[in-house]
Design a protein around this ligand. Structure first.
Ligand SMILES: C[S@@+](CC[C@H](N)C(=O)[O-])C[C@H]1O[C@@H](n2cnc3c(N)ncnc32)[C@H](O)[C@@H]1O
Length: 318
């Protein structure tokens, strides 16, 4: 369930069957998540009135609506909506190691934090993103030390690619993501080090890695992608594999394909020469990866493997 679902539920409960908007921004976003976000961020309320763009609760445009999202005394306001939303989790990005980043990595870190906020806004609202150890010009919650924020939290999961346990969609109050961008490859194991620091400070938490069919390769590691995978699983109820598939960039899918393709390669000999082939239909075995036919041919070619049709037999051609 996303924040917008709580808003729609509350509107229904009150017999309100539409909202209108004064701004065309409602079209850019999902209108109800946009409304929920504005209310939760304390910028607008739902009140009586009429705006230009009108939607029923299924998101269809309608001709008339007597309720508007506006800066007004609300029928539904921040306090009311947030009381219903207490169980939403926090996504916390811990940036205590920002000083280890090169200039390029640091720039990417800030971009990824902003992209994570955009993800959080699709499901919840700004305050549910917590940034520790770094000031940014966003409306997320900022804290100096993550430990202080975690002190009264009951269930905490640290997402760590080097953890022993695998994330299977366990619910938590806080999901911690390391504010780490590792383009130079010199920050291996840093998330576990962050975990050690938290443990030393007396914070109780579980460490979990996200795997795709038993391997971290193929799991996108940008902060926004990790946050999106977690939110798709814990709020939308998707499986981890489904969530990964939905956010996985083709580039990351290809890394995994490079590992998987050799498992289907056949060695043949024709006219005294040795060849490595893969049947075209093998591509259908990779519907769990975000790869296209073009990617399949590209990876095969990189590996010196010839793609042949499914009925190919050596005796036909030798
Ligand atoms: C780019 S990764 C940095 C990983 C770092 N090089 C390390 O070895 O700890 C940034 C953050 O994304 C999260 N992350 C990335 N891939 C993950 C995975 N497969 N499982 C769990 N968390 C992951 C972690 O919270 C990690 O701190």
């Amino acid at each position: 369930m996303r924040l917008k679902d709580l808003l729609v539920e509350e509107l229904r409960k009150r017999g309100i069957n539409c909202i209108s908007f004064k701004t065309a921004k409602a079209f850019k976003y999902d209108p109800f998540q946009f409304a929920a976000l504005m209310i939760a961020n304390g910028k607008m309320n739902v009140c009586e009135g009429e705006g230009k763009y009108k939607f029923d609760l299924e998101g269809n445009e309608v001709d008339e609506c007597k309720f508007v999202l506006d800066k007004c005394e609300g029928i539904i306001d921040r306090e009311l909506l947030l009381k219903k939303a207490e169980d939403f989790p926090y996504i916390a990005i811990d940036c205590r190691y920002h000083y280890l980043h090169s200039e390029k990595e640091f720039k990417s870190l800030v971009i990824q934090i902003k992209e994570t906020l955009n993800v959080v806004r699709e499901y919840m609202w700004d305050e549910r993103l917590v940034i520790a150890g770094l000031k940014t010009d966003t409306n997320a919650t900022h804290v100096d030390k993550l430990e202080d924020f975690l002190r009264d939290k009951k269930k905490i999961i640290l997402l760590d690619p080097n953890a022993e346990d695998v994330f299977k969609g366990e619910k938590a109050e806080v999901y911690i993501i390391g504010g780490i961008v590792d383009k130079s490859g010199n920050k291996k194991g840093l998330t576990s080090k962050l975990g050690e620091e938290l443990r030393r400070a007396g914070i109780k938490f579980e460490s979990k890695k996200i795997l795709l069919r038993g391997n971290v390769i193929g799991v996108p590691d940008r902060l926004n992608h990790i946050a999106e995978i977690v939110l798709k699983v814990v709020l939308d109820g998707k499986s981890v594999e489904e969530a990964i598939r939905e956010v996985q960039p083709r580039k990351v899918a290809k890394w995994r394909l490079r590992i998987e393709l050799p498992k289907f390669v056949e060695k043949i000999e024709m006219g005294g020469k040795k060849f490595r082939i893969v049947r075209k239909g093998v591509i259908n075995k990779f519907d769990w990866l975000n790869v296209t036919e073009e990617d399949f041919y590209e990876v095969a070619s990189e590996q010196g493997v010839i793609v042949v049709n499914d009925h190919f037999r050596v005796s036909d051609n030798s």
